[in-house]
Design a protein around this ligand. Sequence first.
Ligand code: FAD
Ligand code: MLT
Ligand code: ZN
Length: 455
Amino acid sequence: MDPIEALRGIVGEAHCLTDPSLRATYETDWTRRFSGTALAVVRPGSADEVAAVLRACAEAGLGVVPQGGNTGLVGGSVPRGGDVVLSTLRLREVADLDREAGEVTAGAGATLASVQSVAREAGWDVGVDLGARDSATIGGMVATNAGGVNVLRHGPMRRQLLGFEAVRADGSIIRRLPGMPKDNTGYDLGGLLAGSEGTLAVITRVRLRLVPPLVHRAVAVLGWPDAASAVTAAGRLRRELASLTALELFTDAGLELVIRHAAVAAPFATRTSVYLLAEVGSDAADPTDELLTALEAIGVDEDAAAVASDPGGRHRLWQLRERHTEAVNAEGIPHKLDVSVPAARYAELVERAPQVVAEVDPAARTISYGHVGDGNVHVNILGPAADDDRVDDAVLGLVLELGGSISAEHGIGVAKVGWLERDRGSVTVDAMRALKRAWDPSGILNPGVLFAADS
Ligand code: FAD
Ligand code: MLT
Ligand code: ZN
């Protein structure tokens, strides 16, 4: 049978999109750097339909690109040409919330914001939070092992997983639901799927552990003359502040873009080279005094410090950091290099990244920001053509020289395929390929992601 007819028969005419205008938003990624044409976009409504779609695609030899909110930043969520995009957006049920245990089951296509809302109504919260919360899906977040702003407190998505349901390339369904906080029954397959970027299975549901909500919060933005002093201060804040929930860094070049594109005001009149954002939170008492005492202890410049405890003030300060992604995008199509380095090399990376970029492309602009509490820098480069990888290579080479990782939280996608082996070594990558062959022998799941398509 014609594969399109088979897919229509499974998901229904309305959920098998072949018209180019209907496919378009599924075919280009959030950065606009990566795009490709899909044979069709299918939107199954259940795990059984996902299974039938995968069987039909396997029979027709079609590549399948799982897609959630399409907010991924390494090109792994869009087709490379002729693939079927399997959108999870109809799998959005949030159910079985256990108020006593603090657990909930989310469909892969549920947005983070929708799960946060259900959890908060029940007096709980989700341990991972990120700026794309209104679009990023729980399935995509598990598939990328997303990090975000609270990793130093609660860890990345993998740490939130209690159970899962996923469909393998042959259409078989693996289910471990609800799952338990302690469960040593052989291989941790949920943990394996976290970070697998759609190359091993399509995740259809997950059981998440929830965290106590932070009723009281305070946020500070602090200016520093250079990256080294900011990173030293960040280390001291980690030691001083037991209630720390987030520790972020950005530079004046990024702040300038946010002011220009997001219509927000600078945090204080003094402009400095580098800024830290620190958030403290507690479910019991107001942590503002603890924050102020720590700021005094580390000796901040009062002309370059803003502190807010009220929701409006906190939101304004958070906007300065969170809106970097869209502000950079508004300037052009960025090369986005999400990397991490040991804490002792963080400042060096922030200082040297623009230099190595300028060596290969003097006209390029480098804007760095990131989760300094996790050693994670997002190096964004504006200027080079989308397919000109020289600046990417320069930054990733520097990261390996500094003993870091070429992907901290966004994954490998298609953007960093050429660098996986240089980072992890051939023995490790061979072990990964063996897993890929075992789970997806015909290689239909997200071909070209993690490994080159023909390898
Ligand atoms: P998609 O983009 O749709 O897919 C991402 C990858 O997962 C692809 O390889 C896709 O094939 C695979 N996939 C998707 N769903 C499934 C599924 N159900 N089963 C199997 N594979 C699947 N990321 C962070 O880690 N931290 C941040 O702080 C952060 N902030 C962001 C802020 C903004 C403004 C934006 C635009 C992005 C940000 N991101 C961040 C990146 C992005 O939001 C995350 O990678 C997120 O996890 C992607 O979720 P998604 O549903 O959009 O997945
Ligand atoms: C962030 O921390 O803002 C995100 O990971 C997105 C980005 O890198 O721009
Ligand atoms: Zn990030």
